[in-house]
Write a protein that binds this ligand. Structure first.
Ligand code: FPP
Length: 242
């Protein structure tokens, strides 16, 4: 059966608004991140149910080190905690986990949890969940260029893309950002070239399956031309199928 072109194969999400969600309730910011983890669990399950094969989320950016020390260490602990606590549910949902980012700068405890979680879920095939942690789009392009230079291969779009940290996957069809801001904030700069962008005012901890469905509806209404004209697309609709 042909894949349904109105359902994205790969969704990426900037999970923004945790801090504001917490502030509104007079709670510490980390409480918003904890609630953000609940939202992530809901969205992972919803993506798997809808046959979306890949989900990439921005959990900690290269720039997030500038936040208060307490929030940074809270996010590190939350990641390590999530990787252990969420394991049964990831296994049940058939989720394969992969971490993208400069993980060598994380504590040994967090690095070990990441490695264990990747290993434990390596055989799962229903949904690939990429967690971008200590990740930045510019960092990724620079590290890819350095790795490519070491190989001595000619520089082409294909050879550079092959060295990016998410090289095993396809580019996101749809990038969602919650929390009302309309920017990419250094997320997937290379891979976003032809992604459809969807911005929602919903704060990430409140995002749920119905919010995802709204984003999917908006995606289904977009015409993805990849530089071509509408007439060309209508004449040969399969030539842009990703
Ligand atoms: C941005 O909201 C969110 C983050 C920097 C962290 C995202 C983390 C989670 C959703 C936790 C779950 C994920 C894992 C894997 C640990 P913000 O704090 O910038 O919100 P604000 O704009 O309202 O201040």
């Amino acid at each position: 059966m042909a894949a349904n072109p109105t359902i994205p194969k790969h969704i990426a999400i900037v999970m923004d608004g945790n801090g504001r969600w917490a502030s509104k309730r007079f709670l510490p910011r980390i409480a918003g991140h904890r609630q953000g983890l609940e939202a992530l669990r809901r969205v992972v399950a919803a993506c798997a149910e809808r046959g979306i094969g890949m989900l990439t989320v921005f959990a900690f950016s290269s720039e997030n080190w500038k936040r208060p020390t307490e929030e940074v260490s809270g996010l590190m602990s939350l990641l390590a905690f999530a990787l252990t606590k969420e394991m049964p549910s990831l296994q049940k949902e058939g989720v394969k986990l992969r971490i993208a980012g400069a993980t060598e700068h994380l504590s040994l405890r967090v690095q070990e949890s990441l490695a264990q979680a990747e290993l434990a879920t390596a055989g799962n095939q229903r949904l690939l969940l990429n967690i971008c942690f200590n990740y930045g789009g510019r960092w990724d392009i620079v590290q890819a260029a350095n790795r490519l230079a070491l190989t001595g291969q000619p520089i082409t779009e294909e050879s550079l893309a092959a060295q990016l940290s998410l090289s095993q996957g396809m580019d996101p069809d749809l990038i969602i950002r919650t929390g009302g801001e309309m920017r990419l904030s250094n997320f997937l700069l290379w891979q976003a070239a032809y992604s459809e962008l969807y911005f929602s005012d919903i704060l990430w901890p409140d995002f749920d399956a119905a919010s995802l469905d709204e984003a999917l509806l908006a995606f289904a209404s977009r015409e993805r031309r990849f530089g071509m004209t509408t007439d060309q697309l209508q004449a040969a609709p399969n030539c842009v199928a990703g």
